[in-house]
Design a protein around this ligand. Structure first.
Ligand code: ATP
Length: 270
């Protein structure tokens, strides 16, 4: 059976309300929602709608979430694929898959294409030549560049891509008419961590002793994904003990567990 290259979701319910903090990024990306909703307004004076934007920031900070929220806010289909799947799973057919993806997105336009981990296909060409699949990767990247250049000015497909390694990307990707906008998505500060906790505490039955400011103070360096994990883990810890609600201690235990996981991960990397 053929592996599925991309997911398409039309009825996405994700909105900016699901994205806590990231005020600057949301403000910048709102412009893309506006372009998708009323393209004619923007092209009426001869301007061209941008074709792509790059979301840059550390893992788990909400780049995928933000891209989904753009689709949800603009009520347009969301086509997504991950750069790493691509290179690993579709040897020999990367370029034709890119062609298919853009063809479908154009048919359903206005629409969004989201490419996660674009660095897996978008690394600078001619470098790191020790991997056997390098030609494959270059063909895929070249096809992506060709597709973006081939868009008419009013195709109304916007390509969002995410990376935590903007520094390794081929400069050709950032040229005018491609990913010429960069939006930074940083780790949350204490105030943003509080807001992210508030989002992820919504479905959790918790005891009255729980103080969200306290949780935000206990989690410096945590990403949004780490905070989502803490909330989920705390609920599981409490449930395992047969509790009727999640207590402050369950959250502290969950924070310890997540810190343990982060430390292990860092040890492997270094
Ligand atoms: P990666 O670089 O690892 O792909 P990412 O930046 O795309 O990560 P997401 O996949 O968007 O991160 O985040 C993972 C999950 O973490 C989200 O589905 C959400 O539950 C939570 N999360 C991350 N950031 C936020 C945020 N700002 N507000 C609310 N939830 C968040």
């Amino acid at each position: 059976s053929r592996a599925k290259l991309f997911d398409e979701k039309i009825d996405t319910k994700t909105s900016f309300k699901d994205v806590a903090g990231l005020e600057g990024a949301k403000e910048e990306i709102q412009e893309i929602v506006d372009f998708l909703k009323s393209p004619d307004k923007y092209t009426s004076l001869g301007g061209k709608i941008p074709k792509g934007a790059l979301l840059v920031g550390p893992p788990g900070t909400g780049k995928t979430l933000l891209a989904k929220a753009v689709a949800g806010e603009a009520k347009v289909p969301f086509f997504s694929l991950s750069g790493s799947d691509f290179v690993e799973m579709f040897v020999g057919v990367g370029a034709s898959r890119v062609r298919d993806l853009f063809k479908q997105a154009k048919e359903k336009s206005p629409s969004i294409i989201f490419i996660d981990e674009i660095d897996a296909i978008g690394r600078a060409r001619g470098k790191n030549n020790f991997s056997g699949s390098n030609d494959e990767r270059e063909n895929t990247l070249n096809q992506l560049l060709t597709e973006m250049d081939g868009f008419g000015t009013n195709t109304n497909v916007i390509v969002l891509a995410a990376t935590n390694r903007a520094d390794v990307l081929d400069k050709a990707l950032m040229r005018a008419g491609r990913f010429d906008r960069q939006i930074y998505v940083d780790l949350p500060d204490i105030r943003e961590r509080k807001e992210i906790f508030e989002v992820h505490l919504r479905p959790i039955k918790r005891s009255n002793d729980l103080d969200v400011d306290f949780l935000a103070r206990q989690t410096p360096g945590f990403s949004g994904a780490d905070i989502a994990n803490v909330c989920n883990e705390a609920a599981l810890i409490a449930a395992r003990q047969g509790k009727k609600e999640v207590t402050k201690q369950d959250f502290l235990d969950a924070v310890d567990r997540i810190i343990g996981g982060l430390e292990k991960k860092n040890k492997i990397i270094t």
